[in-house]
Ligand binder design. Structure first.
Ligand code: SAM
Length: 279
């Protein structure tokens, strides 16, 4: 089979627009087959090896089954950098880039070092982006999963970052022997009731990264605020991604704390998804 015939199989089977099919096909050619996509135009009869045919057909079937392309190519661009991702971690979302941007820009003119902890770090996309874009912020990444922390290590190395990586379970009552000026987190915040309304491709993402315990969508926010009560410096700040469907409940939770200022921000879809809490 030649490269053009394979492209036509993609066009035929994917059931989306030709432009979208070609976009996907070219990404896979480049990332999985190490073939420059320009080859389709320059050498349309280029014969694919049987190994490459197998790889491309297997990938096609996985995509038809809603398997995320980011997992297929082990790569997701976040805040301008390519992060390694696999099925152990949530695929970083564009909404989260807005949270990162907010935190970085709030601290662009400080002229002293601040300690930041990224709780529930997943791939490390939040903390590593902050670290490599703001020299005043010393970042610690933490997650409870050993497999997730291995991905943090991969991304730390890949992106030449100085973050510290620690294992920390928000379920445990123990705390860390360190104060942080800033806590940032995008914890699991979907309720199981929302399962039917979200994209089909999330079925391949780790449940533990997506869902809060069934009876309490605010579960992780309670844990983060409890962590803040012992580990956030005086006048510290928390930046969070939150579930726009539980703003009322979230506000109720915050009313139990003495807070200086609460700032909500809409994401690019117009949903109230980002919050900054100043103590
Ligand atoms: C929504 S993902 C966020 C990943 C990353 N921050 C991002 O924005 O792409 C949530 C992360 O929380 C971690 N997590 C779940 N339960 C936890 C717990 N009890 N303690 C610490 N981390 C936990 C999961 O392993 C997962 O990596």
């Amino acid at each position: 089979m030649n490269i053009t015939e394979m492209r036509d199989v993609y066009r035929d089977k994917l059931g989306i627009s030709i432009d979208e099919c070609d976009f996907i096909f070219k990404i896979l050619l480049k990332e999985l087959c190490d073939i420059d996509p320009i080859k389709i135009a320059l050498d349309p009869c280029f014969i694919l090896s049987s190994d490459l045919i197998n790889t491309l057909l297997k990938s096609l079937n996985m995509i038809i089954d809603n398997y995320p392309i980011d997992y297929l190519i082990n790569k997701k661009n976040f805040y301008g950098k390519d992060f390694y991702v696999d099925e152990n971690v949530l695929i970083p979302r564009p909404e989260t880039e807005e949270l990162v941007d907010w935190l970085i820009n709030d601290n662009i003119d400080v002229n002293h070092q601040k300690n930041v902890i990224d709780l529930c770090s997943g791939s490390g996309c939040i903390g590593i982006s902050i670290d490599i874009n703001n020299k005043y912020l010393n970042v610690t990444l933490s997650d409870f999963s050993t497999n997730v922390l291995k991905i943090c290590e991969i991304n730390k190395k890949k992106l030449n970052s100085n973050v510290k990586i620690i294992q920390f379970d928000l379920n445990l009552t123990s705390t860390l022997n360190k104060k942080f000026d800033i806590i940032v987190s995008n914890p699991p915040y979907l309720s199981l009731d929302e399962l039917n309304h979200i994209g089909k491709n999330v079925k391949y993402e780790p449940e533990i990264a997506l869902f809060a315990p069934k009876d309490n969508p605010l579960y992780f926010y309670e844990k983060i605020l409890k962590f803040a009560s012992t580990n956030l410096s005086k006048n510290g700040i928390i930046y969070l991604e939150i579930n726009p469907n539980f703003i009322l409940e979230f506000n109720q939770l915050l009313s139990n704390y003495t807070i200086n200022h609460i700032n909500f921000r809409d994401d690019f879809r117009g949903k109230k998804r980002l919050v900054k809490i100043t103590f």
